[in-house]
Design a protein around this ligand. Structure first.
Ligand code: HEM
Length: 467
């Protein structure tokens, strides 16, 4: 079934991507500042403590993923429906609610306002605009010609991701009830269950958009109706309900729960990696060249799917898993997945929306080429340095050595230095690919061109190609 081209004149979902890219820059900046403390312990403690920098970094990263995923889904929904979003005011409200909450949360961290929770460290009052914003997202999604029967897999994935994210986000706030908060095992189980499911939910949004994009590049709807893609969907659905099992190794739960959770998570990654791998070889050189940037980012993400899978297999060995908690192996796993898979896929969507062939893109061709290479190489070194440091720490934890903690940390210093230099390379590489995207968006605003180049640019190219 061929895909029809659609030119989006004015994409109201584009600001989500632009805001996401700005948040990504913020994540890179605070990540670099936080990492200085690895090599110069106590650096800037009085003004910018690690306790402040870590949430600034992690929340910026998580918000980039959320904003980018919402922007991709709403943009691709319009292309799928071949018409713009019906209620533009509601999309704007959704955007303003999220943009002001994200900004408010980051500002509140500067003033030392925290909830004391891990990852979602902001004051619980911010949960109100975020919940309302997400409800608007669901309304915006479901009121735009949603038809599930016979729909391609990405529509199912978007629907599931949007609904489950709201459910699990509300669940993650159950700690506000004293009966949950005062019961440690209950609190931790709910916390990890909801965090795991939330990641599963945003993965549905992002994997769905990836499958849409793969079909768009291929020019047909082969993958979005394929049994392997529906297999991925059902596994993902099962995973987002049960993957929390592998986050609670330290809690008293039945071992079978953890093993099932592990196997399902890894099979999901494997299937997703395989879909991209098979798709890659079916694309003609001509189509590849027209969509060169999204194609490159999809391929890079595929490599990171398999790298993450490899690390996950190592981490699933129960004895290793037990000792790896609290080490940098976990940080490598989290950052490897959020940068290598989530962020690279989101950049594929952003480049698809911006178009690979416009003036800004052609003028910055070399910059983007080098940025992609630098990003991948730096990320590999960054990831490896964290894994080695993490394993060294876990061996120290496992052995009955009398070596003091401080001496062990000193031994890890060379790896932390490599991590920092690679982090600088990663931030530079990502900066080189973010710059043309923001520049294109900004140039467009200055010229007051109402036709949003940031949306469906590659469809314009596709129209040329078809003509
Ligand atoms: C796309 C870019 C990035 C994303 C999406 C990202 C994401 C994350 C996430 C999700 C965590 C939490 C990890 C965990 O608790 O397991 C984290 C922690 C961290 N990241 Fe990044 N990161 C990015 C880039 C960077 C860069 C360039 C640096 C600089 C070297 C950096 C330094 C750190 C540090 C120091 C931590 C804290 C680890 C700890 O608690 O000891 N990140 N990042």
């Amino acid at each position: 079934m061929p895909m029809a081209p659609y030119q989006n004149k004015n994409n109201h979902a584009a600001p989500f991507i632009t805001t996401g890219l700005i948040l990504l820059c913020s994540a890179l900046l605070f990540g670099l500042l936080a990492a200085i403390q690895y090599i110069v312990p106590g650096w800037g403690r009085d003004t910018f403590s690690f306790e402040k920098l870590r949430p600034l970094h992690v929340s910026s990263a998580v918000f980039w993923i959320i904003a980018g995923a919402m922007g991709a889904v709403l943009t691709y929904l319009q292309e799928h429906n071949q018409q713009p979003l019906k209620n533009k005011a509601l999309v704007k409200w959704q955007f303003y609610l999220f943009a002001t909450s994200f900004a408010g949360i980051l500002i509140s961290y500067f003033f030392g306002v925290f909830s004391g929770r891990e990852y979602w460290e902001f004051h619980p009052l911010f949960a109100i605009p975020i919940t309302i914003g997400w409800i608007l997202f669901i309304i915006n999604f479901t009121t735009n010609h949603l038809k599930l029967k016979g729909a391609p897999v990405y529509v199912w994935m978007w629907f599931t991701g949007a609904v489950f994210f709201l459910f699990t986000y509300l669940e993650s706030n159950l700690w506000l009830i004293p009966g949950v908060r005062n019961h440690l095992v209950k609190d931790m189980t709910i916390q990890w269950k909801s965090y795991g499911s939330m990641v599963g939910a945003w993965n549905q949004l992002i994997y769905g958009s990836s499958i849409y994009l793969m079909d768009k590049i291929a020019g047909n709807k082969k993958y979005s109706h394929s049994p392997i893609a529906f297999g991925l969907y059902f596994l993902g659905l099962f995973n987002l309900m049960f993957n929390w099992g592998h986050h609670i190794y330290t809690l008293p739960a039945h071992a079978a729960i953890q093993y099932i959770a592990y196997i399902v998570s890894m099979t999901e990654l494997y299937l997703f990696g395989r879909i991209i791998y098979l798709w890659k070889s079916s694309i003609t050189t001509a189509r590849k060249n027209i969509h060169i940037r999204p194609f490159q980012f999809l391929l890079s993400a595929d490599i990171w799917v398999f790298m993450t899978l490899g690390l996950a297999i190592a981490m699933s060995v129960p004895v290793l898993n037990l000792y790896m908690h609290g080490t940098h192996v976990i940080v490598a796993h989290t950052m490897g997945a959020t940068i290598g898979i989530n962020s690279l896929l989101l950049l594929a969507f952003a480049y698809d929306m911006a178009g690979s062939q416009g003036e800004v893109m052609i003028r910055n061709k070399k910059l983007i080429d080098r940025g992609i290479v630098l990003t991948n190489i730096s990320l590999f070194v960054f990831w490896l340095a964290l894994i080695i440091a993490g394993f060294m720490k876990s061996f120290w934890q496992m052995s009955d050595t009398t070596e003091p903690f401080g001496a062990m940390m000193l031994r890890l210093q060379p790896y932390f230095r490599v991590f920092y230099i690679a982090g600088l390379g990663l931030a530079t590489g990502l900066g080189m690919v973010i710059y043309p995207l923001l520049k294109k968006q900004w140039t467009k605003r200055l010229t007051r061109n109402t036709a949003s180049e940031f949306s469906g640019g590659s469809y314009q190219e596709k129209a040329v190609e078809i003509a």
